[in-house]
Design a protein around this ligand. Structure first.
Ligand code: GLP
Length: 243
């Protein structure tokens, strides 16, 4: 694992965006796995800025998002579909037919999950996967205890996750209790993984992921087994990594 220590959130965002833009420049028709949450927002802002300057071209890029809330429509501002359109897709020249997010409105969980696995397969695998880190060490919505072999599946969100994501909703009751997420197996098959981590409140999760035992109880700890992981974390998030 390579750890890049950034000065602050802005520096972290620019460094992560640099890695993603290098990927797009080196392979214009690459497949990029994307994440939601507040951490990658600065990274997306930076990519949009470089696109506007003419330095980046998304015309041939394919994207596969990690997850989506179940039962939330695409037009609902809380959906990850809406988030991605708002933060990135509507601001760059990406072909909407090349963007993929699990269908949160598919009530048939088995169908929703298998269809998404098919999409991942059809895209030929992920060149670069961007990840955030949950407070409980989750990646995507892979909650503690999930088998590392899992593919796309329906998740019952833990109370910790619902609390953490409550800030995006009016109150805790409005936070969906289920989501569809790409499984660890697909994430681990990505050729390259970039994790963005910011803030003191993520320091313990990052320490457990990087220095702790490899265990399903800390889903991100599986990344220790991947041969090309770059963690871009700010000083506060790195505060528990020193020996
Ligand atoms: C959600 C998302 C994750 C994300 C995590 C952390 O649970 N499903 O993909 O990494 O939140 O979000 P934040 O970056 O807002 O702390």
């Amino acid at each position: 694992m390579k750890i890049i220590r950034a000065k602050d959130y802005y520096d972290m965002s620019r460094k992560a965006a640099n890695i993603i833009s290098a990927q797009i420049i080196m392979k214009p028709d690459c497949v990029i796995g994307l994440a939601t949450g507040s951490t990658p927002i600065g990274t997306y802002d930076q990519l949009v800025e470089w696109y506007k300057k003419g330095d980046l071209d998304f015309a041939q890029v394919t994207t596969i998002n990690l997850d989506e809330y179940r039962g939330v429509t695409k037009d609902d501002p809380h959906s990850y579909y809406y988030f991605m359109r708002d933060k990135l897709f509507s601001k760059v020249n990406i072909d909407p037919t090349r963007t993929h997010i699990p269908d949160g409105m598919d009530e048939d969980a088995e169908h929703a999950c298998r269809s998404y696995d098919e999409i991942i397969k059809r895209c030929g695998g992920i060149d670069l996967q961007l990840l955030g880190l949950g407070h409980n060490g989750h990646i995507g919505f892979n909650e503690p205890g999930t088998a590392f072999e899992a593919q796309t599946h329906l998740v019952n969100l833990t109370e910790t996750t619902k609390k953490a994501n409550q800030r995006f909703f009016e109150n805790e009751e409005n936070v969906p209790s289920q989501a569809y997420t790409m499984g660890i197996k697909s994430i681990m098959q990505a050729k390259k993984i970039v994790v963005v981590v910011s803030g003191q409140d993520k320091a313990e999760a990052l320490r457990a992921a990087v220095k702790g035992a490899i265990t399903p109880n800390v889903q991100a700890s599986v990344l220790q087994l991947h041969n090309d992981v770059t963690i871009v974390a700010d000083v506060e998030a790195c505060s528990l990594l020193e020996d």
